[in-house]
Write a protein that binds this ligand. Sequence first.
Ligand SMILES: Nc1ncnc2c1ncn2[C@@H]1O[C@H](COP(=O)(O)OP(=O)(O)OP(=O)(O)O)[C@@H](O)[C@H]1O
Length: 661
Amino acid sequence: MDLTAIPGVGAKTADALAELEAPEAAIESGDVAAVARAPGISQGRAARIVRAAIRQRHDDEGTFLATPRAREVYRDVLDLLADRTVTDYAAARLETFYPSASESRIDEVRALSERAMERDPDDAVLAALEDVEPLEVPGDVRVRDRCLATTDGETYASAREAIPELSVEVVEDSRDLAELARGYATVVALDDSFAGVDVEGDVRVEPDALAEPAAVVPERPLAFFAHNRDRILAAITVHRAADLDAPCDLDVLEAALDRLDAEGTPTGDDELRRLQTAVDDLDAAVGEAESVANDRLREAIEAQDVTIEGADLLSLVERGAGVDEVLSRELADEYDDAVEAAREHVIDTLDLRDVADIARRAFPDEPTFPVEREESVVSRLREELTTARDRRAERLKTELADDLASMREPAETLVDAALELDVELAIARFAADFDATMPELGGDGITIEGGRSPLLDVEFGDVEPVDYDVSGVRLLSGVNSGGKTSMLDLIALTVILAHMGLPVPADRVHVGRIDALHYHAKTQGTLDAGAFESTLRSFGELVTDAASEGETLVLVDELESITEPGASAKIMAGILEALGARDQTAVFVSHLAREIRETADREIGVDGIQALGLEDGKLQVDRTPRKDTLARSTPELIVEKLADGNDGDAGFYADLLAKFE
Ligand SMILES: Nc1ncnc2c1ncn2[C@@H]1O[C@H](COP(=O)(O)OP(=O)(O)OP(=O)(O)O)[C@@H](O)[C@H]1O
């Protein structure tokens, strides 16, 4: 597949996508997370690429949302869905859903919606989803306790390329190797020629190491799991909570991850913990041991009466002997005890085992006061412990990397499935929150039964259900604030959702398949000549043959506000005539329904949102449009109320009312 064939994907993006293991498969399966793993591709961009590819696959021109207001309603739909996602991934993935004229695309998403609506958005699942994120490729890993060694320049270059995690050293002979082995816990010699050499330290001869880097740097495969550990564990919890089929044994994967911390260090091994603590606490323990010895010695000296014969004292003084000699002569046993206590302290506190003999040498046999550590011995001890720790860690890492080697793919599948579940749960929650049902598609016109718009400015619980049945061109009249604009919004929302393949907030909906939605919102005030002309042109295009190929739904809100009432009634009548002649479906909301109908050359049906009356100065409205009814306007209602009154002016109001008929 030529990636640049996807609309909007240029050569640069195609190169970035080509870095993925299987870019075509990721794009085709709509896996936004996988696409977003390409360098420099954000989740939003990935969603746009996937959407463009879907459109291409379904031969879909993407011209369904033909006006700004139609696009706004679509945005509102996406927001309602995104509000019900837990992960950013699901919100981005939902952006790949769009209203489409393509039957195959709608069916694809309908299948997903139907599956989604069976799901139970359980709180435990939603909570577990909080920590699921798309898997990431970890940054560069650097390993400092191991190195590669070779005598050959070419091998050196390929080693640097194949295993950038380790330093590569050029050596000449086994002496050089031995030198390296003093600085590194492990040296991996890449040349055959070193086979059988006997050098002190952990020197391995592995001529095939470059072919199997993970064996030399288990940190590489482990870094993936360490970096993504929490996400994978969260995905495991999601699978358990939602009872999803798992691609691997979750207990085994979890147990393996439990042996790894976020830095990629194996955990849960007592021996490694012992060695690590010994390295960390060595200095402190030696310091404490010095105090132990000195306290003891001080006490012994204080308690001791040293008796020395004059001749001996004289001889000592003549020889210039110091206190050490007095100590060794007079307090040899006490000194030995004190030093023994110091040695035991270090060995016991650090739980030293095979290096206990080195630890003993950290305090000298020769009496001194105060007792002081032998710095070179302590350094040696530190080196030995560090090397032992690093070797132990490497062994554990290798074992763990082996255990996890076969789990990378299942882990990816696991996280992808959890993220996809979030998409489905968003649809399930949308359906549950708004009592939505799957619409029927096909035939002509639109039938909505028990429709409730979640876009209204009232609590969803307070939204009154409405019914409306539209075929052909209709005028929608009605009282101010009766719900005419809200009805257009509900129709637009319903048609968009139905063409996205999603459930609609109604008891029952039947929607004829359309190719484009033209929804024109009410303009704010009269337009100037230029704006008026361009608005008229857009309607002109809409009703010309070229533009009206295919089915369109036209929703227009109070077009009369663009110019003076007389002219606008004529214009609307003309547009409705043209749309009617082309068998399109249209709803025009207007307060000039009567004038339009009178001006039009063909019969135009008028429906009305009726006021039931005024109660305490407030309109009581039946929000469901009454078929073939020119609704009374608000002023008419008020005049009627005044005419019915007992005021002296009633006659005047009765005459006024007559003018409305
Ligand atoms: N189905 C409904 N259930 C509850 N409230 C509704 C419903 N439809 C509309 N409303 C309320 O009525 C208000 C006015 O609705 P809307 O703007 O649709 O009326 P309108 O007939 O277009 O008014 P105008 O003639 O002034 O343009 C809404 O803001 C909303 O609060």
